[in-house]
Structures are given as C-alpha cells and as structure tokens.
Ligand binder design. Structure first.
Ligand SMILES: CC(=[NH2+])C(=O)[O-]
Length: 125
C-alpha cells in the first residue's frame, strides 16, 4: 500500500504531485526545487544557496515521513549546468555522511521555475 506524505515545512508542490510516497518500507520523494517554503520563491544567492535549499526541503520531507537524511540510499541531482556540482559539493556533507548514498547527477536544459537544481531521493523509513 502506498502512503502519501505531505510536509508543512516544505514548499507547496509546484504541480500535481505529492511531496513523497511511502511504499514497501521506502520513501520516494518528489524532486525538490530551491524554493523557500515561507515565500514560495526561489532562494537568492546562487548555486550553493540553491543546493542548500533543495536539500533542506528534502530533509523536511523525509522528517515528515518519519525518515531522515542518514537513511537515504539514493540521490538523483538535476542541475542546469554541470559546473553547479562544485557548488553542491560545498554543502553536500552538511547533509550526508560516509558511507554516502548512491547518486546520479546530470545536466538538464531547464528546470521548473528556473531552479538551478532539482533533487530527489529514495530513503529507508
Ligand atoms: C518540481 C517537481 N517535482 C515537478 O515534478 O515539477
């Protein structure tokens, strides 16, 4: 059975999707943009600030699901420039410790609301 997860601390969904779905003991999050949950707007400060915000939003979604960043097993990162992965690296270890989750990363041509990042994870409950 799938359970819908909704977080009061994450930005409202930018479309017809849930913050996360729990199924088979795993939490599958939606991709999180670099939106400030208070304002619903993209955070300022460039790629490092955007990476931090997207990961903070993921953290809040996981916590609402009864999970946490240390239970993440897979991270998928979409960035509008591969160079932004250097900015992501500056904040990544504030959220993840060794042994790091598996990860896929890719450059995409555009993301919703002109976000520089969209990040999604799969975590154990
Ligand atoms: C931002 C997002 N997760 C979507 O599907 O548009």
């Amino acid at each position: 059975m799938a359970t819908v997860i909704k977080s009061d601390k994450a930005p409202a969904a930018a479309g017809p999707y849930s913050h996360a779905i729990e199924s088979a003991g795993l939490i599958f999050t939606a991709g999180q943009l670099a939106l400030d949950p208070e304002t619903g707007k993209m955070v300022e400060g460039g790629a490092e600030a955007q990476a931090r915000q997207a990961l903070t939003n993921i953290k809040h979604v996981l916590e609402s699901a009864g999970s946490s960043m240390d239970k993440v097993i897979k991270v998928t990162v979409f960035a509008t420039k591969l160079e932004y992965f250097a900015d992501l690296a500056k904040v990544y270890t504030d959220f993840f410790n060794e042994p790091f989750p598996a990860r896929s990363g890719m450059e995409v041509s555009k993301l919703p609301m002109d976000s520089m990042f969209e990040i999604e994870v799969v975590a154990e409950k």
